[in-house]
Design a protein. Structure first.
Length: 343
């Protein structure tokens, strides 16, 4: 029987929720056109209450462009960070995130294939790329786990990581081949591969919210088992953890959630790698605290990165994946240097 661990205190949830809402309001207000905070709050409140508003262009910018985008950014950041924290705990590898298993690469391959072939679903903007990204994410997981099982029936961590890395290299080679023959679609594909949540709508936000609620709950329910994995798979098995079942639950939930995120925003790196490290330094290794902290931390981090992408070279908008990679690489090197120095 796995021992009970103290969860996240209510005051911490309150503080993180307040911080997330404050950053979200900042991101909604600030942009190429800055909208005053009072007007922003008034427009949101009147829209939610069904009251008429004379906000004019400001209201249109807030409700039709920025608010759905900020919601999608926050949900994507929360999802990627949560998946990264769960996979790092499961695989006991500080470099684990969506790309470790090749799931992100598989989802990207599916979406890029849909764009290159001009696939569409009537009535749904980018519906084909979303569908293909999710299908390929699941297919990648099935392929990787099947190969890992054939090589090692215990589904050992090192085997999964090795096959995931090999699959990632294979997927990137196929993506490069597709880009070579994409003709006039190269610009669209390249911008998508660098990650972008511009043009996100409330339908995308609803899909991300449902995915986070369903698959995020599966990850949150595995906190005690993930704590047991910290002492090794054999020891976890001895204290009552169903190792194979926990692995499948965490891997499937993470892959599904990453697939949905990639289908909406493209490839956004370093969120699932860096944020769990930062949160682990703040709240400790206990996954009952780490997973919720990573969820909020990922949302805040990606909203700030998206704001920078919009305003640094305004009116030119940078791909958010470029900003996260530049920032994440610097932060990760600093964290690695700090932890190595402390050891």
């Amino acid at each position: 029987m796995v021992t009970r661990t103290r969860g996240f205190p209510l005051y911490a949830y309150a503080l993180l929720t307040a911080a997330t809402l404050a950053v979200a309001l900042l991101c909604v207000c600030v942009g190429s056109v800055t909208v005053p905070l009072g007007e922003t709050l008034s427009s949101i409140w009147k829209t939610l209450a069904g009251q008429p508003s004379d906000g004019g262009a400001g209201k249109a910018i807030i409700m039709q462009v920025r608010l759905p985008r900020v919601l999608c950014v926050a949900l994507t950041g929360a999802s990627l960070s949560l998946c990264g924290a769960a996979m790092q705990g499961l695989l006991r590898n500080p470099l684990a995130d969506g790309s470790t298993l090749g799931v992100s690469s598989g989802a990207s391959l599916g979406a890029i294939l849909a764009i290159a072939l001009g696939m569409t679903i009537p009535g749904i903007h980018y519906g084909a790329s979303m569908f293909m990204a999710m299908v390929f994410a699941f297919a990648s997981l099935v392929l990787i786990l099947s190969l890992a099982y054939r090589l090692d029936h215990t589904l050992a961590t090192n085997t999964i990581i090795l096959i995931g890395v090999v699959f990632t290299m294979f997927a990137h080679s196929i993506i490069s081949l597709i880009i070579t023959f994409s003709g006039d679609k190269v610009k669209s594909i390249m911008f998508w591969t660098m990650g972008s949540l511009s043009g996100s709508n409330y339908r995308d936000a609803a899909m991300l919210l449902v995915a986070l609620a369903v698959f995020g709950a599966m990850l949150m329910g595995s906190t005690r088992a993930l704590n047991a994995f910290a002492i090794g798979e054999d020891n976890a098995r001895q204290v009552g953890v169903e190792v194979r079942r926990v692995k499948l639950v965490v891997l499937v939930a993470s892959s599904a959630l990453i697939g949905v995120c990639v289908s909406v925003g493209g490839t956004i790196g370093f969120v699932g790698l860096v944020i769990p490290h930062i949160m682990r330094m703040v709240v400790g290794p206990n996954h009952a605290r780490l997973l919720p902290a990573s969820l909020f931390g990922g949302a805040i981090f990606l909203m700030v990165m998206d704001l920078l992408a919009r305003v640094v070279l305004s009116p030119i908008e940078l791909p958010i994946g470029v900003i996260t990679s530049l920032t994440g690489a610097v932060v990760f090197v600093y964290i690695f240097h700090t932890t190595r120095k402390a050891a």
